[in-house]
Ligand binder design. Structure first.
Ligand SMILES: [Mg+2]
Length: 384
């Protein structure tokens, strides 16, 4: 059983080091997709919806945190907001009773990630240092980026990939869905033809394959120099994942299957994957993401920084983690904020397919646009 309230980077540890918080606000963040038809095998929504948490001190110093809901792994906006609202009296010091502190400890999933981000940002800003300095020894100044391609017809996906190549990116990840007519292989082949040989390709089926079918596809896309096949089989099918890891010529990566520290440990113990996709909201925070990386390092699994779809703020936090993660493999999926609109946060800049630390205090980004509490458009569709 993993302790949740312990450690200097856990929310309670950060709160102990933070200056007094006088105001807490929780706003909805609705980020329309610049391509409203963007979809993957598990969901198709025209906008990403999440929360922005702002913690303010009397002198105006602000710590900020944000993540989007991740409904396909069980975290929706209402549940996330309720957890943060319940923790607010503890944050302002209005209530530091044992019951209230237990409330802080109950915050899990993306809500814990948001809370931890905001507290880390506040503590680092109060000290005038970039957040990564509080996380550990710096390993890198930035990351190579990979762009993710929505499910579309092969020719359309190839055109989008070529567009990213023209923008300076050197890697794309191809979403797959096991649809009929061999479309997944045709997608990969069309994209390889469009971008040429010296361009990194990975694929992600978001659980849509049975293991035997995935192996047949692996054998064919290996010929097209695909480097990684992410989450081919259902999240609960660790036997299928392990079978593929033992037989596939393409590296197998766990994403949805690695949705908690306990699952990361199980996958590492079993060597059920060659690698794990690290995501701060999925794993429930920055400290747990760093622990997951350490578990994988010990077991000889590679880790990559997975997609942090949401505000720049979320990607800025993941970049701070990347900065201190020794065993991180290129490329990182920290560019997907670039396909979302109306982000209230600014400060990150993608240059020549890379994202560099800003060098600014805290998480290195700021809220620069007002964030009224926008109603979230219902209904949002998640397709099974
Ligand atoms: Mg994935």
């Amino acid at each position: 059983m993993l302790a949740t309230g312990l450690g200097p980077l856990a929310p309670q540890g950060l709160l102990d080091r933070a200056p007094a918080i006088v105001d807490v606000s929780i706003d909805n963040v609705v980020l329309p997709k610049s391509d409203p038809t963007w979809r993957f095998a598990l969901a198709a929504n025209p906008a990403n919806v999440g929360l922005l948490l702002r913690l303010r001190t009397a002198d105006g110093t602000e710590g900020i945190g944000s993540a989007c809901e991740v409904r396909h792994i069980g975290f929706d906006l209402d549940g996330m907001r309720a957890l943060l609202q319940a923790a607010a009296p503890v944050l302002t010091g209005a209530d530091r009773s044992g019951d209230a502190l237990a409330e802080l400890d109950r915050v899990g999933g993306p809500a814990r990630a948001i809370l931890q981000m905001a507290l880390l940002d506040l503590v680092a800003r109060a000290q005038g240092v970039p957040a990564h300095q509080l996380l550990g020894p710096q390993q890198r100044t930035g990351v190579e980026l990979i762009r993710i391609l929505s499910l579309k017809e092969p020719e359309e996906m190839a055109a989008v990939a070529a567009g990213h190549q023209a923008e300076g990116y050197r890697h794309v990840k191809i979403k797959l869905d096991a649809a009929p007519d061999d479309i997944d292989f045709r997608r990969v082949a069309a994209i390889r033809q469009a971008v040429g040989p010296d361009f990194g390709l990975t694929v992600d089926a978001n659980q849509s394959y049975a293991a035997a079918d995935a192996l047949r596809l692996c054998e064919r896309i290996a010929e097209l120099d695909v480097e990684v096949f992410e989450q081919p089989v259902p999240a609960d099918d660790l036997d299928g994942l392990q079978y593929l890891t033992e037989h596939s010529p393409v590296l197998i990566e766990a994403d949805e299957a690695a949705n908690s520290l306990e699952r990361v440990r199980e996958i590492a113990d079993r060597h059920a994957a060659h690698g794990v996709s690290l995501k701060v909201p999925k794993l429930g925070g920055i400290d747990r993401t760093m622990q997951a990386a350490a578990i994988c390092a010990q077991a000889g699994l590679q880790v990559r920084m997975g997609a942090h779809v949401g505000s720049q703020l979320l990607n800025a936090a993941a970049l701070q983690v990347a900065a201190v993660t020794p065993n991180l493999s290129d490329p990182s999926e920290l560019a997907e904020y670039a396909r979302l609109e109306d982000d209230p946060v600014t400060g990150l800049h993608i240059t020549d397919g890379r994202l560099e630390l800003t060098g600014q205090p805290g998480l290195g980004v700021l809220v620069t646009t007002a964030t009224p509490s926008i109603p979230v458009d219902a209904p949002r569709k998640d397709t099974p």
